[in-house]
Design a protein. Structure first.
Length: 317
């Protein structure tokens, strides 16, 4: 069995180091596509993972399309080389939409395979892939007027990939909130948001209904000041090791149901801390399409519901 890992754009070295640490035996590297022996391992730096990869010879463009259609219907091409030939093959396959999504949106339900040309006569393909988006790249129709920054796109992507998002009335903490892109995104969903940052929010975000700003450090906030938090979200500029300690403190308090946090790497990639996040039971760690040198970590239903949801919300505001 072979598996192929498509590295996020610009992060092949991070993927290679991640696979090395997992004792994965890499056989070939095809631009961003890393082919390895064995079943798939968890990979944060792969935009997509191809399972049970097959390599076949092809005689022509028509032969390639016919062989792919014989396996399944929907395919996405990864074409770092042989662009024209790959485009002609893809034209003979059913159309797969790559239009930007309108948030909120559900994940595509149809299976989507991936393929590439290793050479004009050699086709590599996998019918089963982790991502339902072509090459793992999800994009949205952006809001150019409301949010104060483009950071909200990372949160939109996280909610879409996770398949859940804050419901109206949910209590959300946005740690390191300023200027307020994540606060804006959650408030737009009808959530009540406590934005925590020493710097003030963008005035338009601060004026949104059910948004309250606390001029405190995210690291000084006491978990005990909240009876229950439905979503703790953090896009803080800090070392990942410091973020890990913050998450551990809130998890120990047991009053947070869901976490979504960004690991922002300062200089080199801290693979050890990334591994510590990935090792938290039930969590997910991935490089979102809108991430830079950072990863998104999420843990859903991290604490049981508390019936006294609103007991201390007034004090928290």
């Amino acid at each position: 069995m072979r598996t192929a890992y498509l590295a996020a754009e610009g992060f092949v070295p991070q993927l290679m180091e991640e696979l090395r640490r997992a004792d994965v035996r890499v056989t070939t590297v095809h631009d961003r596509l890393v082919v390895a022996e064995g079943a798939a391992v968890r990979s944060a730096w792969a935009a997509n993972v191809w399972h049970d990869v097959q390599e076949v010879a092809i005689d022509s463009i028509g032969d390639a399309a016919q062989k792919l259609r014989a396996v399944q219907r929907n395919w996405a091409a990864y074409a770092p080389l042989h662009h024209r030939r790959a485009a002609l093959i893809q034209e003979r396959l059913p159309h797969v939409s790559a239009r930007p999504l309108v948030f909120p949106a559900d994940l595509p339900a149809a299976p989507l395979g991936s393929w590439t040309l290793l050479a004009p006569g050699r086709l590599l393909h996998a019918a089963r892939c982790d991502s339902p988006f072509p090459n793992g790249e999800v994009s949205f129709i952006e809001d150019r007027d409301g949010p104060p920054s483009r950071a909200y796109l990372k949160l939109w992507e996280a909610f879409t990939r996770l398949g859940v998002r804050p419901r109206p009335g949910a209590l959300c903490l946005d740690l390191g909130a300023t200027p307020g892109g994540w606060t804006w995104a959650m408030a737009r969903l009808g959530a009540r948001v406590v934005a925590v940052d020493k710097a003030p929010l963008d005035p338009a975000v601060a004026a949104m209904p059910d948004v309250a700003w606390r001029g405190d450090s995210a690291f000084a906030l006491e978990p005990a000041s909240f009876a229950r938090v439905d979503w703790l979200c953090a896009d803080i500029i800090c070392y990942p090791s410091r973020l890990l300690k913050l998450v551990q403190r809130w998890r120990a308090a047991g009053n947070v149901r869901n976490f979504v946090c960004t690991l922002k790497f300062q200089g080199g990639t801290d693979h050890d801390t990334a591994g510590a996040f990935a090792a938290i039971p039930g969590s997910r760690l991935f490089h979102a399409h809108y991430n830079k040198h950072e990863l998104t970590w999420a843990l859903l239903d991290g604490a049981p519901p508390d019936k006294d949801t609103g007991a201390r919300i007034g004090k928290s505001r």
